[in-house]
Design a protein around this ligand. Sequence first.
Ligand code: URA
Length: 188
Amino acid sequence: MELTLKELEAACQSCRNCPLGKTRTNLVFGVGVPDAKVMFVGEGPGAQEDAQGKPFVGQSGQLLDKYLAVIDLDRSKNIYIGNMVKCRPPQNRDPKPEETEACLPWLRKQVKCLRPKIIVCLGRIAAQRLISPDFRVTRQHGQFIEKGGILFMGTFHPAALLRNPAQKADALSDFQALRDKLEALGIK
Ligand code: URA
């Protein structure tokens, strides 16, 4: 039997597959619409996300929403946003590989439920796990790679863009490439 996203989230509340479940405030499972054709995957919740239980609600989330708006995407209308790990790593450190692996079954279940046509990896952690271990965002951003019937694309993490605004033009062209791909696939 396949669970709905809501049922999956409820089941994930009690997950203790890794130690992050003990230190988090709120589970950050994901937000968006259940018929999303595009899924965005970040790294893991930060302080604000942990406090609110929603992904990308801090400064980097506000920047992400701006890029999404340029190409008519909106978390309340036509996409889904999640993270590699659903619980905040303390002090905003990178999730450890064993934490990412422990959380991966939840991401797989989300993907199975949503059946997105495109998955956009926000930053190195997601791109190296979901696309290729040697993925280099600065070199391979914006390229679409088909895996198992889903198109994957890696782009800059919005937090990286806040630290390094010189990369914003490249990020914008990645979002425009995403819009072009959606149009080519007849998705709107
Ligand atoms: N950074 C991420 O990777 N995910 C979030 O949800 C917030 C910040």
